[in-house]
Design a protein around this ligand. Sequence first.
Ligand code: NCD
Ligand code: ZN
Length: 343
Amino acid sequence: MTDTLTLTRPDDWHIHFRDGAAMRSVIADTARVFGRAIVMPNLKPPVVSVADAEAYRNRLGEATAGSAFQPLMTLYLTDNTRAEEILRAKASGFVHAVKYYPAGATTNSDSGVTDLAKAAEAIAAMEACGLPLLLHGEVTHSEVDIFDREAVFIEQHLAPLLRNYPRLNVVLEHITTRQAAEFVAAAPANVAATITAHHLLYNRNALFQGGIRPHMYCLPVLKREPHRLALVEAAVSGNPKFFLGTDSAPHATGSKESSCGCAGIYTAHAAIELYAEAFEDAGALDRLEAFASFHGADFYGLPRNSDRITLKRETWTVPQQLPMGEDFLTPLRAGESLRWKVV
Ligand code: NCD
Ligand code: ZN
């Protein structure tokens, strides 16, 4: 049995840092382990311009001063995003992608796109200049069952999008279904996907284990076991289309333990350790490095990190609460144990 694991320093290709005091509380969890992270733009108000992204990047930089961590910025696609903003983003060198949220799909997505056709000019510019489009791949129609929203999005929106923009670089974010894993695997090389640790480790039973579990609720919601198994298979396959994106999404404990709790699971405190568990359970620890440290950088056309991190087999207990600004959040596995630890 392997007791230490040394990897090229990984990157997180999908994270929510929030802003202000909350951001300053959580960002160290990521910066301690990851070299870079693709930073989601769903602030209130969202990051819609290169100027917004630059200001946010400066705040993230101040909060991580003295560390080598690099935030990779994204813009929030709206019905009003103009091609010239896309070209400015590409030219900036620090905006690495544009995020698509269907309006109303998830936390802070009110400014999202109401119809992909309205974003045609911006998407054409992304295709032309090579700026990736990151998709929250769920439809929002209330008549579609919540467990089917990703699969329906793939059929109704993703497949036509790729027919209209065949050279567009696309990342289907936080995939949760067998349909998504199969679609991405079969698509050309310009289509990739991120996979979270929690979707590799849990199926939807975790939402209802002995009672309702608000800290296991995220979007896209956890799915049935066969879907989890398909995600594990994709993650450990060695296929460069699949890479690490935690979707770590901090919410104060009180806003999750509520009659209408927010979507989002916090995993940044133990992200690589959680992935190590998932890969070890699949008998594929030797595949973790490529998934965590190579495939994402290669897809984004960035150099791989050159330094390394080491994990040790060591049982430790996750704190019940972690600070989040003036408040507290409940991390994944709160009060429970983990079997790997970054040294
Ligand atoms: C994210 C958040 O809280 O910002 N929540 C989540 O459940 N993943 C938004 C998102 O990525 O959907
Ligand atoms: Zn997210």
